[in-house]
Each structure stands twice: as structure tokens, then as C-alpha cells.
Design a protein around this ligand. Structure first.
Ligand code: ADP
Ligand code: MG
Length: 360
């Protein structure tokens, strides 16, 4: 009797032990499975404030989180190098030596300057990196901007103009001919920065990544979907008549730099009139234009940034002349709520807002 009871207890104990062992094995297997199945693909995000604007990044895939601080560091370096407000930057050093002596640049710095100057010449000085004194006077992104007096504007204007700049391609020097002349690269360096970040992403072999630097955007690769697949990044084009989160259209465009200029982001209002930050070197006032926004898409980020600023200033007729260029594409929004789009973008661009109509 006692032996039988003991046998039952032993059998139960053995069964229980077997159960525990089985459960442990299952657990172990699950743990192993969790280790051996590839990590679910992840999207990392980063938000920074660099070059006086918001930077947002999205990177996907293994190790992609590390790209976010790398890209931010790259942009911080560029900001140090090109900010018009810093004494050690390229424009800071050149401006400080205005009327004193030429400044020698590194070849890469000189090359950027050369491209911006050549672009300015191409546009007959409408795009003008010597706009510095006017940008400082208007201080549109500053604490309490107001409309300067006509005298202040004509004084600032007297320092604006490419004829005040002497460049020496042999010795890589730049000279501004009198104190008060000042360079400003606000219209070109963000596009260049986005191009550099795009190269960083591409060279890293990341699964997918997207950067937006104050309206200048680039994407590469793909992002994972919840069902285990992948999909393209979809870039929203900001509605110039809407709020900061409204988009008028979407663009699917990898491995290109997408630069937008408009009067809706940096401006102030005085006596019911809006004053935006893109200044006309012919008048000293914000450029009068029949456009609300211009987006330029291409491989050369510096050039696309310059182009978007210049096309915005130049207006619809000029945009129409440049819709079918070889090396860049354009999407422009005019003040009649019409969208003008290069034919090469027909598949990539989709109008999503009924506030606008597609004109081309
Ligand atoms: P954002 O800097 O807002 O992306 P843009 O690329 O169009 O927009 O550049 C606007 C900046 O360009 C201004 O803040 C100023 O620093 C500079 N700028 C203003 N007017 C001109 C101009 N006529 N030519 C060249 N640069 C300009
Ligand atoms: Mg620009």
C-alpha cells in the first residue's frame, strides 16, 4: 500500500519534472528562436535644430540609428563653416577682412564659393550672395523684425553687388572691396548639406533613410512595412496656404535633393502686409513674386537650393521656361492656386489637395 502510494507520488513527480523540463525546453527554444530569427526591422528617428532650422531624420535597418548623430554632426560642421553670423566661418572671415585683405580658402570651400558666384552671374545678380547687409538689416528670422527706413535700405543696398567681390582662382582667395560688404550663403548651403547627408546614407549601405533640413529633403532606399515588406518614402510638399502640417502633394523620389523656397515660412507682418526673407537686390525689399512656393529636384544640392530661391524670386514666366531642364525638375505653386510641374515628375508627383489645380 505504502509502496503503491510512493510509486504514484514518484510517477507524479516524474511527470511534473517532465512537464517542467518540456516547458523549459520550449522556453529555451523560444529564446533561441528569438535570437536566431532576424531582428524585426526598425525605424529610428532624430530631431535636431541646426542651421537655424528643424532637422528631422528617419533611418531604417540594422545599425541605422548611428547615422542620425553622424548626419547631425556633419550638418553642425557645415553650419560652423558657412554661417553668416559666426566670426570663424568662411563668410565671417571674408566679411571681417572686407576692405583689408584677401582671404585664402581651402580648395573645397573655394569651390563652393565659386559655384555660388557663378550661379549669381548666371542670374544677372538676381540671386546675390552679397545680400548680407540687407539680410542683417531686415533680420527677418530675428526677435522683433520691422520694416527698415528707406534710408537704411538704400545704405545697405549700396554694399550689395557682385562687383564688390574679387576672386582669384589661382590662389583661391576672395576679397570684398570695402568694409560693410558681406557674403551670405543662406540660400545655398542647406541644399549642399542635404546632398552631403544623402551621400553619407548611401555610402553606409543603410536599408533606407530620409532627411529634412528646413524644407530641403532627400531620401534613399526603402522603409519596412508592418507586414514585413518594404516601401518607398513618400515626401509631403508643404501647402504654402495651409498650416505647418498641411501638404498639397506628395513626391516619391529617391537619391535626389529636393529644395523648396517660399514666402510662407520665414516672414513677419507689419500693418497687414507680409514681409518674407528672400530679398530683391534691385529694390532692397522682399522679392515681389506671383509664386507661393518653388521646389527644385536634382542631384546637385547646392545648385537646386540656389535655383529654388532664384525661381521663386523670378516668378511664373521664368519657371515655365525652366520646366523641362535636363539636370533638374521643378514643381511651382502660383498665386492662382495652380501647380506647375515638370513632365519628368508625372509619375513621382501626386496632387493631394483640392485647394489647387494642376496646370502642367
Ligand atoms: P530657406 O533658407 O528658408 O530654405 P532659401 O533657400 O530660399 O530659403 O534661402 C533664403 C535665404 O537666402 C535668406 O534667409 C537669406 O539668407 C538668403 N537670401 C535672401 N535673398 C537672397 C538673394 N536675393 N540672393 C541670394 N540669397 C538670398
Ligand atoms: Mg535656396
Amino acid at each position: 500500500m505504502v509502496i503503491k502510494a510512493l510509486r504514484i507520488v514518484l510517477a507524479l513527480a516524474a511527470a511534473a519534472a517532465a512537464c517542467v523540463l518540456f516547458w523549459m525546453l520550449v522556453q529555451k527554444k523560444q529564446q533561441q528562436a528569438a535570437v536566431s530569427i532576424p531582428e524585426p526591422e526598425i525605424i529610428y528617428t532624430g530631431e535636431d535644430f541646426i542651421m537655424d532650422t528643424y532637422v528631422s531624420q528617419k533611418t531604417c535597418g540594422e545599425g541605422a540609428d548611428q547615422l542620425i548623430p553622424q548626419a547631425a554632426a556633419l550638418l553642425e560642421e557645415l553650419e560652423k563653416e558657412w554661417s553668416a553670423w559666426s566670426a570663424d566661418s568662411v563668410p565671417g572671415r571674408i566679411n571681417a577682412m572686407a576692405g583689408v585683405s584677401p582671404v585664402t580658402l581651402e580648395p573645397a570651400e573655394y569651390d563652393i564659393l565659386r559655384q555660388v558666384m557663378d550661379f549669381s552671374t548666371e542670374t544677372g545678380g538676381v540671386f546675390d550672395p552679397t545680400i548680407g547687409p540687407l539680410v542683417k538689416l531686415w533680420d527677418i528670422g530675428g526677435e522683433s523684425p520691422s520694416v527698415p527706413s528707406a534710408d537704411q535700405i538704400s545704405t545697405a543696398l549700396s554694399y550689395v553687388g557682385m562687383e564688390n567681390v574679387t576672386m582669384d582662382d589661382e590662389n583661391l582667395t576672395v576679397y570684398l572691396d570695402r568694409p560693410g560688404v558681406a557674403l551670405d550663403f543662406g540660400a545655398s548651403i542647406k541644399g549642399y548639406g542635404v546632398e552631403q547627408v544623402l551621400k553619407l546614407y548611401q555610402e553606409s549601405g543603410v536599408q533606407g533613410a530620409l532627411i529634412s533640413l528646413g524644407g530641403n529633403v532627400a531620401a534613399t532606399g526603402q522603409k519596412p512595412t508592418e507586414d514585413g515588406g518594404t516601401e518607398d518614402f513618400v515626401i509631403g510638399l508643404r501647402d504654402p496656404l495651409g498650416s505647418a502640417t498641411d501638404y498639397y502633394g506628395t513626391l516619391v523620389m529617391n537619391d535626389k535633393v529636393i529644395c523648396t523656397s517660399g514666402g510662407y515660412e520665414r516672414y513677419f507682418e507689419q500693418d497687414g502686409k507680409r514681409y518674407h526673407h528672400i530679398l530683391d537686390p534691385a529694390t532692397g525689399y522682399p522679392a515681389e513674386t506671383d509664386l507661393l512656393a518653388v521646389t527644385v529636384i536634382g542631384e546637385d544640392g547646392l545648385r537646386c537650393d540656389c535655383l529654388s530661391t532664384w525661381l521663386f524670386m523670378s516668378g511664373l514666366d521664368t519657371v515655365k521656361e525652366h520646366l523641362e531642364e535636363q539636370d533638374y525638375a521643378v514643381i511651382a505653386v502660383d498665386n492662382q492656386n495652380r501647380i506647375w510641374c515638370s513632365s519628368s515628375l508625372k509619375d513621382a508627383f501626386a496632387l493631394t489637395s483640392d485647394r489647387y489645380t494642376l496646370a502642367s
